[in-house]
Design a binder for this molecule. Sequence first.
Ligand code: GDP
Length: 478
Amino acid sequence: ESIVLSDLAQKMAVKVREVIKALMKMGELVRESDTIDQMTAALVIEEFGHNFIAVSDTQLEDDLQVAVDEKSGNIQTRPPVVTIMGHVDHGKTSLLDKIRATKVASGEAGGITQHIGAYHVTTDRGVITFLDTPGHAAFTAMRSRGAQATDIVVLVVAADDGMMPQTEEAIDHARAAGTPLIVAINKMDKDTADPDRVINELSVKEVIPEEWGGDTPMVKVSAKSGMGIDELLEVISIQAELMELEAPVDGAAQGVVIESRLDKGRGAVASLLVKKGTLNQGDLVLAGEYYGKVRAMTDENGQRIKTAGPSIPVEILGLPEAPAAGSEFLVVSDEKKAREVADFRAARERDRILERQNKMRLDTLFDSMNSTEVATLNIILKTDVRGSLEALLGALDELSTDEVKVRVISSGVGAITESDVILAESSEAVLLGFNVRADNAGKKKADAAGLDIRYYSVIYGLIDDVKAAMSGMLAPEH
Ligand code: GDP
């Protein structure tokens, strides 16, 4: 939804000139006949003391994505952003590590590798940015928030294993997102490597190599020996050139939150991927429901930096809380405005949570009515970062069957606490920790209550266990 500026002014019964002035203060140069998106309109409407009622949440998110799009000037080629996907154990992490080790270390010496959710490498053909949370869950979680952060998907398939369920899933996800695929046939160093089999299997899913008249580049690599890595990077760059990826370099930055967490000493730490414009230290950033001045910025080598342009990932300090992964961020010029939008979004988020809770109550009612048929597996889930929390919630959501419902009754970022355990006890829930442990009080309470807490560091490990628990619930009772 968008609106012509003069119409908006008329609706608010103010002079167009006033609206233009308000927009200028926000850093938007517009004319009377210009159309502005809903998000911007919301800011203006609230600026003039009116209440803004969103047409729909999704619309608002969509508009956010295109907001600031029109910002003119100094459009330049930007690096591609790549996500690596593929079946578990096919070498996603190894490939990311190898690329990073071979390419980053040489150029930017002196830094210490930091995990900030993404990194970029410099090749002869240009810069490439990799999101380093591999896997579909993260990709899907981002996409479900409307964040189209990935330009290219590299699908890793182990040459000794071939097409597997998550390989197929990755293909489906990439297709659904309209993101071009490049296949990396990995583990070519192994005696048992059979790349032709991989290619054959892929072609069944209509992923056809260029040699066969298809449009999917396929590169044989080994994350172990480093074979084919340069070729893979070159193929990524060629694909990027074909896509003519561009972004304005000047102007207020806009982009997406790729990861965030609360750090005991430093407060909220958020990794941002700039999509447009340039982010500067000191900028006022609005990310999801939070805003704050960028106190410090570091790159993926732990080096302090002052600016970051399109497709460049940075870690920032200065937000009051950790915004959700996949949230859009943008730099705003006016603190009051930032607060208004943040409040507006917080209210919207509260509504969503309420809605979810109400729905849950209905489910509960339904379950108790059918208690003889439907079993429910209650789960309390704690994770280290919001990204994995959302990824896991998404994955758990899909597990429910007609016989067994999976219900996450509580979830959050941080250690498993006493109150989590109490809740688990009272609601007969299982306690799951992903990359977090129980704190002392939580552990004591769990011991006392005789409750088992399960810890995981691999998404699929957790999912598999939940599946196993579900089938256990189906077993005949004695
Ligand atoms: P992911 O689950 O897809 O992230 O896979 P990992 O990167 O964790 O790799 C799974 C296993 O395969 C590890 O034991 C790796 O050492 C091994 N691996 C990954 N790439 C290669 C490769 O190119 N050659 C060989 N021989 N082993 C590999």
